[in-house]
Design a protein around this ligand. Structure first.
Ligand code: FES
Ligand code: FES
Length: 182
């Protein structure tokens, strides 16, 4: 066993883990934070994405010892950290994914939202290409990505005070010559 000390979602943590454990195993099985998902367990899907020092990493490919001395953010920490910075309610990224219906089964969402949060912290107004690049390691087998991209652009609009992008379903209705529903 190895003792590991780090800051998890704003709180100091001291825990022990077998030397061979990944960070994902430490989070899910050692600390019972099951928001980070164990999908492929080999670096393909991004469902295990967490932030280390604000940067997204794949927790299934990182040894738990990598957490030593680091600041780690998981999906469980997104709302509390937002509130600790003076925000109210959920992180705007979470609100936008909810408002846009950017999920079906939800398995990819923790990783998607953390990758989005990391992007927006670094680039508050990214281009569509930057969004696609930032989310290129996060696979979704359900949604087809349209609502996910719209959710990210909605979160950007909310942070800048710009109007939210038109929902994809409303654009489709317009193309079909139907009145958009309110
Ligand atoms: S579970 Fe880590 S990339 Fe799929
Ligand atoms: S919502 Fe099911 S995998 Fe993305």
């Amino acid at each position: 066993m190895r003792v590991i000390r780090f800051v998890l979602n704003g709180d100091p943590v001291e825990t022990a883990a077998p030397a061979h454990w990944t960070l994902l195993e430490l989070l899910r099985y050692g600390l019972k934070l099951t928001g980070s998902k164990q999908g492929c367990d080999k670096g393909d899907c991004g469902a295990c994405t967490v932030l280390v020092g604000g940067k997204p990493i794949l927790a299934c490919l990182s040894l738990a010892a990598r957490a030593e001395g680091q600041e780690i953010t998981t999906i469980e920490g997104l709302m509390p950290l937002h509130k600790s910075r003076g925000g109210s309610g959920a992180d705007p990224v979470q609100e936008a994914f909810d408002a846009c219906g950017a999920l079906q089964c939800g398995f990819c969402q923790p990783g998607m939202m953390l990758s989005t949060r990391a992007l927006l912290n670094q680039h508050p107004q990214p281009s569509r290409e930057q969004i696609q690049a930032a989310l290129s390691g996060n696979l979704c087998r359900c949604t087809g990505y349209t609502q996910i991209l719209q959710a990210v652009e909605t979160a950007i609009a909310q942070s800048t005070g710009a109007p939210a992008p038109q929902p994809a379903w409303a654009r489709d209705r317009e193309l079909q010559g139907q009145e958009p529903q309110s």
